[in-house]
Design a protein around this ligand. Structure first.
Ligand code: NAD
Ligand code: 2HG
Length: 394
């Protein structure tokens, strides 16, 4: 029977094409879907039917998905790390330029001359007025990059090529990300040191409980006078009241962000975009392809790549008959599962077991079919969250 994939946002056709028509049905309404594919749709736990085995986020941030609840229910949540990083990097380059020159103001001013019909007069007026839109160059200025993952590291590299000095802060930098980073990026030991040093600060970290409101009054007090803050990460990382105060008292010269919020619209010192950081054809294709491929590999083989709540685990298929078992990460459960198979004389050909936080995940290739009764015995074990027989193994 074809598997059903519920899409909760517009997903690029190139991604959907990875789900063959013979094996998958894709639609925006299903009562009992096998998986969900989404972008920024705010998904509530109650809206995830019990039939759902996995969720694919065609993007980087998963703060719109109730990840902790999904872990409890044994549902892996996948994302598409790095797939839209270049698109965001390019928009940050635009943000830096908008923050350094009177580009938006100049364009707005020119629009006010629409009624003027005399070309010479127009030229005279604008030549007289253009001094209002003077800016300064980026070369030699310091950019502080908060979060040096897929996007932050590309932004750092881009700023170096523009002749900026770059200082970075990332207390959880992965080894892989550290390898990607140019040695010219200076390290800030604290966030306030970065804020104090930078003419421009750009945020590229996820929103977690620990980062919500991270940019607060205390941090903004440390900012270099007249600095410009760019936020292409998430609105929730910035304390809006403290930000408005910093703009009002001139500590911050400009706020440029991808997340409009009512109190900020219409201010001269704020430039807002409608969450378009990842809105390029290339990024939408990359994200959708990655998310669809990962969902498929999970549904068809139980493999896990780029999950934000499950361990990464891929096991080459040696038998048609595969079991996946998700359990609480406590001792003895795997032993009990294997005992049930042994009692039924079912030989294990290959297996892999990994854990992450409170979740343990096992792939077990077996020599012959396991009946529903055997699977139910496993499901009844204390601490087992779900058991799935994957593939055709008669
Ligand atoms: N505007 C958009 O459309 C758009 C597009 C893509 C991503 N994003 C946002 O950008 C975020 C980053 O994306 P990414 O692809 O670079 O993710 P990533 O996971 O590759 O990098 C995030 C980095 O932030 C670091 N980090 C975590 N906590 C931190 C802290 N307290 N201080 C400093 N650094 C910290 C991590 O160690 C990691 O290196 C996403 O989580 C998402 O919210 C927005
Ligand atoms: O899907 C989008 O358009 C936005 C994605 C972006 O916010 C992300 O976190 O990857």
């Amino acid at each position: 029977m074809a598997k059903q994939i519920l899409t909760l946002n517009q997903i690029s056709v190139k991604g959907l094409e990875r789900l063959s028509r013979e094996d998958y049905e894709v639609a925006s309404e299903f009562a009992h879907p096998d998986a969900i594919l989404l972008r920024s749709h705010k998904l509530k736990s109650d809206d995830i039917p019990d039939s759902v085995l996995a969720i694919g986020r065609a993007g980087a941030g998963t703060n719109n998905v109730p990840v902790a609840d999904c872990s409890k229910r044994g549902i892996p949540v996948f994302n598409a790390p790095g797939a839209n990083a270049n698109a965001v990097k390019e928009l940050v380059a635009v943000g830096l330029l908008l923050g350094s020159r009177g580009i938006v103001e100049g364009i707005d001013y020119v629009a006010t001359l629409a009624e003027m019909s005399d070309k010479a007069e127009m030229n005279k007026v604008l030549e007289a007025q253009k001094k209002q839109f003077k800016g300064s160059e980026l070369v030699g200025k310091t950019l502080g990059v908060v979060g040096l993952g897929a996007i932050g590291s590309m932004v750092a590299e881009m700023a170096l090529t523009l002749g900026m000095d770059v200082v970075g802060y990332d207390p959880a930098l992965s080894v892989e990300a550290a390898w990607r980073l140019s040695s010219q990026v200076q390290r800030a030991d604290t966030l306030s040191a970065l804020f104090a040093k930078s003419d421009y600060i750009t945020l590229h970290l996820p929103v977690f409980d620990s980062t919500r409101g991270l940019v607060n009054a205390e941090l903004l007090a440390a900012v270099r006078d007249g600095a410009c803050l760019l936020n292409f990460a998430r609105q929730e990382i910035v304390d809006e009241e403290a930000l408005l105060d910093a703009l009002e008292n001139g500590k911050l010269r400009k706020y440029i962000a991808d997340f409009p919020s009512p109190g900020f619209i219409g201010r001269d010192d704020v430039i807002l975009m409608p969450h378009i950081g990842a809105s390029t054809e290339e990024a939408e294709d990359n994200c959708a392809i990655m998310a669809a491929d990962q969902l498929r590999d999970f549904l068809e083989n139980g493999n896990i790549r780029n999950s934000v709540n499950f361990p990464n685990l891929t096991l080459e298929r040696v038998s048609g008959c595969r079991l996946s078992v998700t359990n609480e990460n406590v001792p003895k459960i795997l032993g009990s599962v294997l005992s049930i198979l042994a009692d039924e004389n079912i030989n294990v050909i290959d297996m892999l077991n990994k854990s992450r936080d409170d979740i343990a995940y096992n792939l077990i290739d077996i020599a012959c079919h396991a009946s529903d009764e055997v699977l139910d015995k496993m499901r009844e074990l204390e601490g087992v969250i779900n058991v799935r027989l994957i593939g055709d193994c008669d």
